[in-house]
Ligand binder design. Structure first.
Ligand code: KG4
Ligand code: ZN
Length: 349
């Protein structure tokens, strides 16, 4: 059946340009993902070892229209078939967010359809709801990405109370920085995971900050520094560290990953107890980590908790997770065409 047939569920186009992925997706009102196109800018930022905001926004400008065209083509729909356009407007890099928002506003003005402003973090959590194909709220939500390590009490699809965050580096940032220290390729998360697969996770006892603390906060900067000292030696130390070998690199990667995962899993467990929730949602790029997924599954089984981790295709940045737009549309939460981006993290209490 062609999507424009009257019996078909309505369609929306979602755009995502909050960081370094230019993405577009077509999602129907039943939350079926009709297409999802992601143009990674990995090759543009690789030599800098991290995302360069100015390069990211310029690349979004060049790529946004081809990516939209491809998403429409893959879904076999035309612009006139769309009922709404959704776009991530917060949080993220200001120049990058502006490209997606400008494209979305233009489409809404021309097509005379509503604009939906998406909270990128809420969308990361909603990826779990989309994959579950059923209601998953209330729940505890963990978003672990390059920019965030946040715990939420998720009362409804779009009602998340921030209950914990990192006081320094985000989890993904720690993976990226440690990969750099170990001279592993960018982006660091997948490289650490690959290197760790051949290593001994008990070879080094790296710090697990706040593990025993009842605060729902993260800190990964001490862990990163401990890895740095193991690799380059303590400042002022009389002995230099052993030379780096593939074995040593694998052991450090595995021990670092285990320390990071220990803390993430422990804080989820604490949050589930404290807020008396029976469901755990986990999204964001670091949620792609195989060891984290394994350890979360073990914990969920012990605690008899319903664990919904975003599928790999919806962990790192994508536009399909913006299916949350249908929830916002259902309650009339559309955005005016003069709305703006909000780069900073919005704290709701
Ligand atoms: O959600 P995302 O694509 O972008 C942000 O919103 O930040 O997350 C990117 C982050 C990067 O720090 C990357 O190294 C990390 O997710 N990441 C991983 C893995 N895959 C991506 N970290 C650990 N293990 C992975 N397999
Ligand atoms: Zn993200």
């Amino acid at each position: 059946m062609h999507p424009s047939c009257s019996d078909d569920p309505p369609l929306l186009l979602a755009l995502e340009t909050s960081c370094d992925e230019t993405a577009a997706a077509v999602i129907d009102r039943n939350l079926a993902i009709r297409s999802s196109v992601i143009a990674s800018q990995f090759e543009l930022h690789e030599r800098f070892g991290g995302v360069v905001p100015e390069i990211a926004s310029r690349a979004h400008v060049r790529r946004i229209i081809p990516v939209i065209d491809q998403a429409l083509k893959q879904a076999d729909v035309e612009l006139k078939d769309l009922s709404a356009v959704a776009v991530a407007t917060h949080p993220g890099l200001v120049g990058s967010l502006l490209v997606g928002l400008t494209a979305a506003k233009t489409l809404c003005a021309v097509l005379d359809v509503p604009l939906v402003a998406i909270n990128h973090i809420e969308a990361h959590l909603y990826a779990c709801r989309m994959a579950a194909a059923r209601d998953v709220f209330p729940a505890i939500g963990l978003v672990v990405s390059g920019g965030h390590s946040n715990l939420y009490d998720c009362r409804a699809a779009s009602e998340h109370v921030l209950i914990g965050a990192t006081i320094d580096d985000a989890a993904g940032e720690a993976f990226d920085k440690v990969a750099k220290i170990l001279e592993l390729p960018y982006p660091g998360g997948p490289s650490i995971q690959t290197a760790a697969a051949g290593g001994n996770r008990n070879a080094f006892r790296f710090p697990r900050t706040f593990l025993k603390d009842d605060r729902l906060e993260f800190s990964f900067s001490g862990l990163k520094t401990a890895v740095l000292y193991e690799v380059s030696g303590q400042p002022g130390a009389r002995h230099s560290p052993p030379p780096m070998t593939d074995r040593r690199r694998a052991d450090i990667a595995a021990s670092f990953q285990e320390a990071a995962v220990d803390v993430l899993v422990a804080k989820c467990r604490q949050a589930l107890h404290r807020y008396n929730r029976r469901t755990l949602l986990v999204g964001g790029g670091v949620a792609a980590n195989a060891r984290l997924r394994e350890r979360l599954s073990e914990m969920a089984e012990q605690e008899r908790v319903d664990l919904q981790i975003a599928p790999l295709s919806l962990c790192t940045d994508n536009a399909a997770m913006a299916g949350i737009a249908w929830e916002l549309l259902a309650t009339g939460r559309t955005a005016p065409l003069d709305c703006d981006v909000r780069p900073g993290l919005i704290r709701r209490k």
